[in-house]
Design a protein around this ligand. Structure first.
Ligand code: C2E
Ligand code: MG
Ligand code: MG
Length: 669
């Protein structure tokens, strides 16, 4: 039942004034007609002058008393009104934010004796909705609501005008749930403006009865609109700042700070309930290289797509936040088994598998994920995040595109990576890198035909380090640029030296990493080194792995064409590890395919490896490509490859990687 008698009704002042005037005229009429008769009872009829004087005098006295009473009444009602206003002012003045709006709506509904009072703002994102910030119903704070502006009296205020329906509101807005659900008869509202004079919200009152004093309601709303506007704008600015502080401006995802707060709460809850939870640290492999190549706008586009895909991969209570540009933090509560913990990591990796596209480029991204489980891998937020991060670093060191659980010793691995990085820096200055050359054999002639330059690190007081142990770190830290340049120059200088010594000219292949390849300067670098060393382009081969060129097919094709224009040979290394199909390969200007070692390793026992090897050789030949099989260790492997028509082999069977002097000897022999 709707209670409309919550407060006594305020008297209708316009009618009251009319009633006073009518009463006064009535009294004047009656006095004119009957005063003489009444006065004759007390004044002798013999003195008409006295009678007239008394009649007029008494009328004036009575009028004066009436005017006095009216003025006094009016003044005191005005004083009461002032006091009421001041009371509201006092009620709200000490408040800010939500408390201010709550108080204001309560006080307004009380002062105006209306059932509903509310303050709302027009939604920024969804322009056709009003979202209330405070609602008071019959003197009590109530839950906020959303009102569609279309077909609602609130919509009338959207363009910046006050709006009033003293009665019959529902007849005017028959489809407004705001009115119909509450049985509203009257509505008064006024807009709230921001400092640029744009309407940003409204303040309104409603009642189940016709409004008795709309002017009073309107003026009171207007009085408070200024303060409410200022407060609403302040709150909006504050929210915007909080959004900036807590949410990423590009992806809209919560930032690390917010993640930590949520994790704090989740850990407390998990401890209480004896549950397990997991934290995942996800970081993209080679993201910086890709962004550096494609430019800053690509970063934004990719991050938006990435955050969309990651969000879509979430289920239930899982929470995603952004820890840095291409780093993300996730948590999942109530993870009762390692399988369930792994489930999220696999889902994320899967979501990133399909290529990303940017301006016609098709990009393959992969990520490294580290997992930490509460309570085993950490009992507080900081430790959990740190350990998930350590596990992520480890995943990355292992080649990326995977996930890895934290384990107690993992810190040592990360620490050793740090030490390694530090020493790697000095290695360049101290000239601690050296090259070995692994010759290749032409299977038809049995002669040396070409070789591959392989770098290694001759640490003075320790064992030499192979490239697999420091190239990934060098890529990650950017050290690959100077190291790669050194390798390229050294290989070309050495090759030229052999030629000048009159030895049969050989194609020297040099490995190029993703970072080197996608830097536009690779073309200039190669041109400069060929020029400096006087080596002809055709005696240099660049080995690029299949997965690298697949990272950005369009740019790869472009760069390869420029290299080919200098006569440089292009070799796809470790073929079979990527995703290339035959039709894909056709677009690349390449000369040679190098079959991935593990297929060769499976020969002669593994029928699958044998079938793949045979198919790749046949495929290479249909594309007019030369095929080199690497990692050939056994005579059976050589024989199988020879039988299938493979062009060249490289491997320990023919020769291990050699020092320059050893190659001189081999070529001279
Ligand atoms: P890759 O280019 O596929 O090089 C072939 C690897 O196989 C070399 O390992 C080589 O020593 C090894 N190998 C050769 N014959 C055999 C064999 O018969 N059996 C087996 N099991 N292995 C054999 P290495 O020297 O450890 O190089 C590893 C990887 O490091 C290379 O793989 C290449 O991707 C990278 N790398 C080497 N030098 C450089 C460089 O100067 N720059 C860059 N960016 N990467 C390099
Ligand atoms: Mg290679
Ligand atoms: Mg290889």
């Amino acid at each position: 039942m709707k209670d409309t008698s919550y407060w006594p009704a305020v008297p209708n002042r316009k009618n009251a004034a009319l009633r006073v005037v009518a009463g006064y005229l009535l009294f004047w009429g009656a006095w004119s007609l009957f005063a003489a008769n009444v006065l004759e009872l007390v004044v002798p009829a013999s003195s008409p002058g006295l009678l007239k004087g008394l009649k007029e005098g008494l009328f004036i006295c009575f009028s004066a008393v009436l005017v006095f009473a009216l003025v006094r009444g009016n003044l005191s009602s005005q004083r009461r009104e002032d006091e009421r206003l001041q009371e509201i002012m006092r009620g709200v003045s000490a408040q800010v934010g939500d408390a201010f709006f709550d108080q204001l709506s309560l006080q307004l509904s009380r002062a105006l004796n209306v059932e509903y009072a509310f303050i709302g703002q027009f939604d920024d994102q969804n322009g056709d909705e009003l979202k209330t910030v405070a609602v008071s119903v019959r003197g009590k704070k109530r839950a906020n609501f959303i009102d569609p502006l279309e077909g609602s009296p609130c919509g009338e205020i959207r363009d910046g005008h006050s709006f009033c329906l003293a009665e019959d509101a529902r007849r005017h807005f028959p489809h407004s749930p705001l009115l119909s659900e509450r049985g509203v008869e009257s509505f008064v509202g006024t807009p709230l403006f921001d400092s640029d004079d744009n309407p940003m919200g409204l303040i309104a009152v409603m009642d189940g009865r016709p409004i008795t004093d709309r002017y009073r309601a309107e003026s009171m709303l207007r009085i408070f609109a200024a303060r409410a506007s200022a407060e609403l704008e302040r709150q909006r600015n504050e929210n915007a700042i909080a959004r900036l502080a807590f949410y990423d401006s590009v992806t809209g995802l919560p930032k690390q700070q917010l993640f930590k707060e949520r994790l704090d709460e989740a850990i407390a809850a998990a401890r209480l309930k004896g549950q397990e939870l997991e934290v995942l640290y996800l970081d993209f492999d080679r993201f910086r290289t890709i962004v550096r190549t494609l430019g800053h706008p690509a970063e934004e586009v990719l991050l938006k797509e990435i955050s969309g895909r990651l969000s879509d991969a979430l289920e239930g209570e899982e929470f995603l936040a952004q820890a840095g540009s291409d780093e993300f933090l996730l948590m999942a509560t109530d993870v009762e088994s390692p399988e369930k913990a792994e489930g999220l990591a696999s889902r994320l990796l899967e979501a990133l598998q399909a290529p990303f596209s940017y301006q016609g480029h098709s990009l393959h991204l992969s990520a490294s994920i580290g997992l930490a489980m509460f309570p085993y891998d950490g009992e507080d937020t900081e430790t959990m995040i740190r350990n998930a991060d350590a596990a992520r670093t480890r995943t990355k060191q292992m080649g990326g595109n995977h996930y890895q659980f934290y384990f107690p010793d993992i810190g040592n691995y990360s620490l050793s990576a740090l030490i390694l990085e530090n020493r790697l820096h000095q290695a360049l200055e101290k000239d601690e890198f050296a090259l070995r050359y692994q010759p290749q054999m032409n299977l038809r002639t049995g002669l040396v035909e070409g070789m591959e330059a392989l770098v290694f690190w001759k640490q003075p007081e320790a064992k030499p380090v192979g490239p697999s142990d420091f190239i990934p770190l060098a890529e990650e830290t950017g050290l690959i640029d100077p190291i790669g340049e050194w390798v390229l120059r050294e290989a070309c200088v050495q090759n030229r030296r052999w030629q000048e010594a009159g030895l049969p000219p050989q194609r020297m292949s040099v490995n190029v990493s993703a970072r080197q390849f996608f830097q536009s300067s690779i073309v200039e670098l190669v041109a400069r080194i060929l020029e400096e060393t006087g080596l002809e382009g055709r005696w240099l081969g660049l080995e690029i792995t299949e997965s690298v060129i697949m990272q950005d097919v369009k740019q790869a094709i472009d760069t390869l064409h420029q290299l080919k224009a200098m006569g440089v040979q292009v070799i796809i290394d470790d073929f079979g590890t990527g995703y290339s199909s035959l039709s894909y390969l056709k677009q690349f200007p390449i000369d040679t395919l190098k079959l991935y070692q593990s297929f060769v390793a499976g020969i002669p026992d593994d029928t699958g490896d044998k079938a793949i090897t045979a198919a790749v050789i046949a495929m290479a030949h249909t594309l007019n490509l030369e095929l080199v099989a690497e990692g050939v260790e056994k005579a059976e492997q050589r024989d199988f490859l020879s039988e299938k028509g493979c062009d060249k082999i490289q491997g320990f069977l023919f020769s291990v990687p050699l020092k320059a002097e050893e190659v001189t000897e081999l070529l001279s022999g």
